[in-house]
Write a protein that binds this ligand. Structure first.
Ligand code: NAD
Length: 535
């Protein structure tokens, strides 16, 4: 980010004007001191601004002993927190909602400075958290209330299901959606009465710390949310090995390790992992809307979005029109570094991401793929920028065909009939998100039901399913285990306890009844319950 004016180059994508504020105007020593107050650790680390490469902040990092101490404090605080009523806990989420909206400028600055995404995409991330806060703020009392169920014998047995918090949840999150995957995913754990020990990615530590401060301002007791920073392979396993439940978002490779560690302790886990998401443009799609949707869902957060589209299957009958318009729109995207609305595409987050993107595109090109637009880094905009890229002629041996790129790169494939498109879309071990475009909603839903992904968007790329927070979201196959959002997204943070009360007669022969007499009575009872359609 710079306040100097960047002149649009004569070729390639135009550059959006830079914002006027610098990173150092936002990330002041006072802000860092406010956010890191009370955060454990005697080590230190720094993070960098992807827009410029400059150091943003220095913050404390933890040893494994620090993680153990964080768990100790969290356990002590959790008991009193769980004793508050669900309504009182839910009220904290609703206050958090309002405080975040009020103070959004500071949050959006931090998200942009730590991830390199555009202002609009930072705002979209904030929206995702606010809908979660509102949903669980309003619905948690209903999700968590004791529920009556039909007992073993009607009238004689009463069954009541209680929901107890797990205790202390170990939570690990990546850098790409640092507000959503830290605060957003922890909100249902808190409202269910848990404490959380969280390890966010150090690159986006400030955003996670900002969310914690804001939730404390809204009424969460300080010790209920512990943030531990530091090296993933050191602090991560320490978080996993002490949690009463584990919530992990990140790569499939790390997720497998996390799941094994949790399983060894017989502790449950949710894993939100990678994807290779497909969009299907059917022959009856509204092409202009599909083009619009493709631009948004292939290049949001420069493709560093787990549910973004990396494979685009277009019916041969509309491929020429679609590709012409899609290429033109992509070529016109404005790259930008400013802390203001206006840019269409931000930066990649790290040299590692830039390396993967460059390698995937260069290998595909070397093996015969065609670059329809993009295909090169843009150091003139910022050290980690890469142009939005459309590849044609991609085939299986190329890494970009099967591996998650996690960058602004999409491969286009043509298909002849829907069966073929569904088979090819499903032909990956991943199963996170997909998208179908058609003017016929019924047809769209029928195709959707055959796609093996946890979410499918009809006439949208990713946002419709993700933002429908009353409905579950997560991955099939190698894209994960468990779900966020909706009932699944809060019940996973609870232990269900069935309290069954037997009245009048036991579930056994009684009052001198013979075994045979009791068996005959139960035979009648079983027939009657079926006839009465009891469930
Ligand atoms: P990553 O697995 O490298 O890191 C994720 C987190 O795990 C980080 O906080 C990291 O420090 C920590 N970590 C590293 N080693 C660890 C270990 N041995 N034990 C425990 N924790 C450890 O992932 P990344 O590359 O930083 O993130 C991008 C990936 O996340 C992509 O694959 C993306 O698709 C995925 N993702 C998935 C979702 C979803 O909801 N499904 C959402 C966002 C990102």
């Amino acid at each position: 980010m710079t306040d100097s004016v960047v002149v649009a180059p004569s070729d390639g994508n135009p550059v959006a004007p830079a914002g006027e504020r610098r990173a150092s105007d936002v990330v002041t020593p006072e802000l860092v001191a406010r956010l890191t107050a009370g955060i454990r650790g005697s080590g230190t680390d720094t993070n960098h601004c992807p827009f410029t490469g400059e150091v943003l902040a220095e913050f404390p990092t933890c040893s494994t002993d620090d993680v153990a101490a964080a768990y100790e404090d969290a356990r002590a605080a959790q008991r009193a927190w769980a004793e508050r009523s669900v309504r009182a806990r839910a009220a904290v989420l609703l206050r958090f909602h309002d405080l975040v909206l009020r103070d959004q400028d500071e949050l959006l600055d931090l998200i942009q400075l730590e991830t390199g995404k555009t202002r609009l995409q930072a705002h979209e991330e904030m929206q995702a958290v606010l809908v979660v806060a509102r949903h669980y703020g309003r619905k948690a009392p209903s999700y968590l209330r004791p529920r009556r169920h039909l007992g073993a014998v009607p009238l004689l047995t009463q069954a009541l299901v209680l929901r107890h918090p797990k205790g202390v949840v170990g939570h690990i999150s990546p850098w790409n959606y640092p507000f959503e995957l830290s605060a957003g995913d922890a909100l249902p754990a808190f409202v269910a009465g848990n404490a959380v020990v969280m390890k966010p990615d150090s690159q986006t530590a400030l955003t996670a710390l900002w969310g914690r401060r804001k939730l404390i301002e809204a009424g969460l007791p300080e010790d209920v949310w512990q943030i531990v920073l530091g090296e993933g392979p050191v602090v991560g396993p320490a978080v996993v090995e002490q949690g009463d439940y584990v919530s992990f978002t990140g790569s499939t490779r790390t997720g497998r390790d996390v799941a094994q560690r949790a399983a060894a302790r017989l502790v449950g886990s949710t894993l939100e992992l990678g994807g290779k998401n497909a969009m299907l443009v059917l022959d009856d799609a509204d092409i202009d809307k599909a083009v619009d949707g493709a631009v948004r869902s292939c290049f949001s957060s420069a493709g560093q979005l787990c549910i973004s589209i990396e494979r685009l299957y277009v019916h041969a009958a509309v491929a020429e029109e679609f590709l012409g318009k899609f290429t033109e729109r992509t070529r016109a995207m404005r790259l930008g570094t400013g802390l203001a609305y206006g840019a269409d595409l931000g930066s990649l987050v790290s040299a590692r991401q830039l390396e993967v993107v460059t390698r995937h595109v260069d290998e595909a090109r070397a093996k015969g793929a065609t670059v329809l637009t993009g295909g090169r880094p843009r150091p003139d905009v910022g050290p980690l920028f890469y142009e939005p890229t459309i590849l044609d002629g991609v085939e299986p041996p190329m890494a970009v065909c099967t591996e998650e790129t996690f960058g602004p790169v999409v491969s286009v494939y043509r298909f002849g009939d829907v069966e073929e498109a569904v088979d090819r879309a499903n032909g990956t071990p991943y199963g996170l998100n997909s998208s179908v475009w058609t003017r016929n909603t019924r047809r769209g839903r029928a195709v959707a039901a055959r796609l093996r992904t946890g979410t499918v968007n009809v006439n949208e790329g990713y946002a419709a399913a993700y933002a429908s927070v009353a409905a579950p979201m997560g991955g099939m196959g190698q894209s994960g285990l468990g779900r966020r959002h909706g009932a699944e997204g809060i019940w996973k943070y609870t232990e269900a306890q069935t309290v069954a009360t037997q009245r009048l007669l036991p579930l056994a022969p009684s009052s001198g009844m013979t075994d045979a007499g009791y068996a005959a009575l139960m035979n009648k009872g079983l027939r009657a319950m079926k006839t009465l359609r009891l469930r």
